[in-house]
Ligand binder design. Structure first.
Ligand code: F6R
Length: 241
């Protein structure tokens, strides 16, 4: 595990974008595992800026997003498909056919999840996985549990996650209770994993996840044993470690 200390959110975002950009420059047909949430938005903004300047080209890249709410159509303004288009894909040149997000509109969880595993495997796995960190230690929507779940699966979101995400919805009742998420196996098989954590409210979970025991009760803790895991945090998020 490598920890990179950034001054603030902007600095952390630039560092993450630099790593993603370097990955794409070195391997133009890279498979990128992408995340939603507040944390990666700044990195996407840098990548868009550099793409527009001609410094990075996504025309051969494949993207595989971590997760999607179950039951939300793509067109819903809180779906992760919508988020990714608004914050990244609409501004760069990843071909539509290379963009993958779990199909939240498929009510058959088993079919939706097996199909997603096939997509990941047919792509040859992930070259780089970008992650944020949930307040309960989740990665993707792998929530605290008794075991690590390996493949893509349907999860019941925890109360902590529903509360954290209600800021994006009109009310807490509107937050979907379930999601499809990539499992721990594909995240851990990514050749490189980059996590961005910022803000004082993440300090405690950063300490528990990366300086405590590896346990499925804190899913991110498994990243301690990933051979190429980079944690990029601002001073606040890293203040307890
Ligand atoms: C989103 C995702 C989640 C978020 C996490 C942190 O695709 O996979 O695990 O990364 O909930 O969210 P933010 O960045 O909003 O604090």
């Amino acid at each position: 595990m490598k920890i990179i200390k950034a001054k603030d959110y902007d600095d952390a975002s630039k560092k993450v974008a630099n790593i993603i950009s370097a990955q794409v420059i070195m391997k133009p047909d890279a498979v990128l595992g992408l995340a939603t949430g507040s944390s990666p938005i700044g990195a996407y903004e840098y990548l868009i800026k550099w793409f527009k300047r001609g410094d990075v080209d996504f025309s051969e890249v494949t993207t595989i997003n971590l997760d999607e709410y179950r039951g939300l159509p793509k067109t819903h303004d809180q779906s992760y498909w919508y988020f990714m288009h608004k914050n990244f894909f609409d501004h760069v040149n990843v071909p539509d056919k290379n963009i993958n997000v779990p199909d939240g509109s498929n009510p058959d969880a088993e079919v939706a999840c097996r199909k997603y595993d096939e997509i990941i495997e047919n792509a040859g796995g992930l070259d780089l996985q970008l992650l944020g960190l949930g307040l309960d230690g989740h990665i993707g929507f792998n929530e605290p549990a008794d075991t690590f779940v390996l493949g893509t699966h349907c999860v019941d979101l925890t109360e902590s996650t529903i509360e954290a995400n209600q800021r994006f919805f009109a009310s807490k009742d509107e937050v979907p209770r379930q999601a499809y998420t990539m499992g721990i196996k594909h995240i851990m098989q990514a050749k490189k994993v980059v996590m961005i954590v910022t803000g004082a409210n993440k300090a405690e979970i950063v300490k528990e996840a990366f300086f405590g025991p590896v346990t499925p009760q804190i899913p991110a803790s498994i990243l301690q044993i990933h051979p190429d895991f980079i944690l990029i945090g601002d001073e606040e998020a890293l203040s307890l470690v």
